[in-house]
Design a protein around this ligand. Structure first.
Ligand SMILES: NC(=O)C1=CN([C@@H]2O[C@H](COP(=O)(O)OP(=O)(O)OC[C@H]3O[C@@H](n4cnc5c(N)ncnc54)[C@H](OP(=O)(O)O)[C@@H]3O)[C@@H](O)[C@H]2O)C=CC1
Ligand SMILES: [Cu+2]
Length: 605
């Protein structure tokens, strides 16, 4: 009972607050928690126009949640009786809307394709004042133009249109929302209509998310059409890498030996070549996960600030790290399974038998090689450990696991363990290669072995990371990440006390006719002939102590130039008297504000 009373007052409050222009009103009523949005708001009578799949699934769900459903069809007699859920009142479209009006309901779901909306125009009077719920999806990704919901709102200006439910399939509606995460995005221009639809959503067991006005409808309509948008780049990169490595391995170990010596290695293509390409892809992709972070650090070090945005390509790359990491994990896991299967192949059995036979013929009793034993054990161990750590990374990148970690834990896992996994994988490949790279037979047809190629990028990343750990870089980076900026990025106001005369000269040069810099003009006009020697001497020492110094700064967005004349005792002392009128006349010529000052000028550099 209390809930009902509160719900009525809430909707009244809400409407009145929307009408109010007063922005000082709090967004949320602090007295009541938001989560008490009442379930009982929303009509118990709902009309659905259209009798297709969506309509029937929705009506089944509405009925099971205690609503009365009136279904409006163009031809109710055409539908097989067992197709309509028991309890649904099947009528013609006009009759259904009249029944809704009699029952005092206002919600009308349009379960039709948007191209058929104009066929409802004869029902305009009956639909007026009702809330039309547009459940349609976009037919293609367009990102522009009017949405179906906006077109519907234009067709029926006397009804209020709410977009929603389009993300749910007819199947989901039938089977029900098993997890609480089933979100229904809702948008519309009328707050009361939107509230009614949101309440119905909750009643059906879904969580409604208000995404704003009807102008957001296009995004809502297109949301179900996206096909893994964030995976496109990473998938393309991984596939390209795989194709390149596979073709390279096939060329070096299958095609060229066949063309050269007629050696038939074609059976390698099915398993061995795939297993040569997979680890290379896994390793390079893992390096690609950590490379953008390295670039970002280098860029911040170079710029001396973290407040300048990264270039677009780097931003996109950073956003693709999670997907690249998961794809690297997939390739590594596949490589592990392939490697286990290598020994159970028929070919492996034949090869062992042949080797044993050759050994017997040569009279060798014991083929044990200590170095090779170490090599294979270390190779396997580092590989297993690398894959294990990579699995932890993959697990923590799942939202449900990642959300249980705090920021520090997440960074430790994703960055610390990530680099550990990269280092272990590099070690795995190095143990695999052992001393192979030193032998000429490892370079058939002058092609370097695949493992060597796949090591280039990961080694660069690891070396780069180590360099960034050096105190000179690490300390500066730490400072930058805590908000420190190098002097060239400090706001202009602060630069008032810093000598920027060179900079000012450059700026002024553009505006002074005849291309002479301000300082040159001042010097040449005030230089008395008799003091020319002193001038020359002073010019030589100019870098250390200037006679005239210019400082630029900004106050209230206006550029100003401050001219400071050196007043140290010197033979050029009367100079100030010459300078002041000149600067004043220049101030008129140039569009700069000058402030004249005398004092001792010492340069900082
Ligand atoms: N099916 C799904 O899983 C989902 C569907 N949707 C949306 O729901 C809407 C309906 O989809 P769905 O139920 O699958 O489609 P159906 O083809 O199964 O049903 C469409 C219905 O529209 C009615 N209709 C009204 N006017 C016309 C007309 N002039 N010409 C043809 N049919 C008309 C018909 O009912 P009658 O003959 O009784 O008038 C027909 O049954 C679409 O906009 C779709 O985008 C959204 C999310 C999921
Ligand atoms: Cu391996």
């Amino acid at each position: 009972m209390t809930k009902r009373v509160y719900s009525a007052s809430l909707s009244r409050d809400f409407e009145s607050s929307v009408k109010m222009d007063d922005l000082s009103a709090p967004l949320l009523d602090p007295r009541e928690p938001v989560d008490t949005l009442p379930l009982s708001v929303g009509d118990p009578v709902v009309c659905i126009l259209g009798s297709g799949d969506f309509s029937r699934s929705l009506s089944t769900r509405l009925l099971s949640c205690g609503c009365r459903v009136v279904m409006g069809s163009r031809d109710p007699g055409r539908l097989a009786p067992d197709l309509v859920p028991a309890g649904v009142e099947l009528k013609t479209q006009a009759q259904a809307l009249e029944a809704l009006a009699e029952a005092g309901g206002s919600l009308v779901f349009l379960a039709l394709y948007p191209e058929h909306y104009p066929s409802l125009l004869p029902l305009k009077a009956l639909l007026s004042g009702r809330t039309l719920v547009d459940v349609s999806n976009a037919s293609a990704l367009q990102h522009q133009g009017q949405s179906n919901a906006q077109i519907l709102a234009q067709l029926f200006p006397c009804s209020s249109v709410v977009k929603g439910f389009n993300g749910l399939s007819a199947w989901t509606l039938l089977t029900g929302a098993h997890d609480a995460s089933r979100q229904v995005l809702v948008c519309g221009d009328s707050p009361s209509s939107k509230l009614a639809v949101q309440s119905l959503c909750r009643r059906l067991g879904f969580s409604a998310v208000d995404v704003g006005g009807l102008c957001a409808a296009r995004a809502v309509e297109e949301a179900p059409l996206h096909l893994f948008p964030s995976w496109r780049g990473p998938l393309l990169t991984t596939t390209l890498l795989f194709v390149c490595f596979y073709l390279y391995a096939a060329l070096a170990h299958v095609l060229l030996p066949f063309l050269d010596r007629g050696q038939n290695n074609l059976h390698h293509l099915a398993l061995v070549t795939v297993n040569q390409a997979l680890p290379a892809v896994a390793l390079v992709t893992l390096a690609l996960v950590y490379m953008p972070g390295l670039f970002a650090s280098l860029l911040q070090l170079y710029r001396g600030t973290k407040y300048r945005p990264f270039p677009d390509w780097l931003d996109h790359w950073m956003c693709a790290r999670k997907q690249l990491g998961l794809l690297s994990f997939l390739c590594a896991a596949l490589h592990a399974v392939y490697s286990v299967c290598l020994s159970i192949r028929r070919a492996a059995g034949y090869m062992i038998l042949n080797a044993a036979f050759r050994q017997v013929k040569q009279g060798v009793a014991d083929s044990w090689e200590e170095a090779q034993v170490w090599r294979s054990d270390l190779y396997l161990s580092s590989g297993i450990l690398g894959l294990g750590v990579l699995s932890v990374l993959a697990l923590t990148s799942l939202p449900s696991v990642g959300h249980t970690l705090n920021w520090r834990e997440f960074t430790f896992v994703q960055s610390g363990l990530g680099y550990l996994s990269l280092a272990l994988s590099v070690a795995h490949v190095l143990f695999f290669g052992w001393d192979m790279a030193l032998h000429s037979w490892a370079y058939p047809y002058f092609l370097p072995p695949l493992f060597l190629l796949s090591l280039v990028l990961p080694c660069c990343v690891l070396i780069g990371r180590l360099l960034l750990l050096a105190p000179c870089c690490a300390l500066r980076l730490h400072k930058i990440r805590r908000g420190w900026e190098s002097s060239r990025h400090q706001p202009k106001e602060r630069a008032e006390t810093q000598a920027l005369s060179g900079d000012v000269q450059k700026k002024v040069k553009g505006s002074v006719k005849h291309g002479k810099s301000l300082r040159q003009r001042i010097y040449s006009s005030v230089r008395p002939e008799s003091e020319s020697r002193e001038w020359r001497r002073r010019r030589r020492r100019r870098r250390r102590r200037r006679l005239i110094s210019l400082f630029s700064f900004q106050t209230q967005g206006k550029a100003k130039v401050k001219v400071v004349v050196n007043t140290e005792p010197s033979p050029t002392r009367p100079l100030q008297q010459h300078v002041q009128p000149l600067v004043t006349s220049l101030a008129v010529t140039l569009d700069w504000d000058f402030i004249f000052d005398t004092g001792t000028v010492r340069l900082h550099h």
